[in-house]
Design a protein around this ligand. Sequence first.
Ligand code: DON
Length: 308
Amino acid sequence: MPSPFPSFQSVLERIAAEIEATPGRGRPADYIPVLAEADPRRFGMAVADLDGTVYGVGEWQQPFSTQSITKVFTLALDLSLEGDVLWEHVGREPSGNPFNSLVQLEHEHGIPRNPFINAGALVVTDRLQTLTGDAAGVLRDFLRTESGNPDLGFDMTVADSESAHGDRNAALAHFMASYGNIRNPVPVLLDQYFRQCSIEASCADLARAAGFLARHGTRADGSYLLTRSQAKQVNAVMLTCGTYDAAGDFAYRVGLPGKSGVGGGIIAVVPGRCTLCVWSPGLDERGNSVAGVAALDRFTTLTGLSVF
Ligand code: DON
């Protein structure tokens, strides 16, 4: 007789105990000064079933700075509105470079490698801004609806802190504008992008909000955000590009589409089964949560749930 499938709750509790016993958690991001204050030993993790039932452990209901995790949602929202035209303006190949790198952009004529490095995310937000007139607001409203949390919103202290140290993103945006790949005034785009990245949400909120990626494009209310094919495409780009120049190692260890943020969060998707979000603010040198990757690695090992 095969052993029964362990409950999500028991798996989460086992993982939390293992993580608690592990020394060494990396360091919080310090290039956005207010994020540098986070305690790297904090930890939370949640799993959402396809019907939105959430299991959690540790600080799974604690809001944190979502940062680059939002890039998944702006990509999905933009694709839902303009479809494949987006791919004329941003690629879908791993960059093999840090998330805020400038080096490939000149060789590739202002077309970023993928929508998850900062340059690519700026292009997506710029296009969503043109399509909606309020990219960050549309994103916030989508996350509120899908998570069921009407209090989820921007943290303007974080947005202002990033804006005050935003020279690199400004450089990326101006450089792409010189190739005609940015349509809004750069200050407007940066304001939208920094507010987008400042959204505070918990592991429970994000695991629920990402549910459409496990449900092949279907939103919480049963309507379609994406076609089945588009949901597959977003998951594929998360797998290959979602953790930047660590995407190969993440795929090797975790075996799931995933997307990290420098606030220490990571979302991951088991298509057809569930979505996960883990948070711990200590990062490795590539900007991914040390305990977060370790916890997802343990989850797929203990449950056998992976895309491979
Ligand atoms: O633009 C930035 O640098 C940040 N707002 C987001 C970067 C980020 O989260 C990269 N993720 N690992």
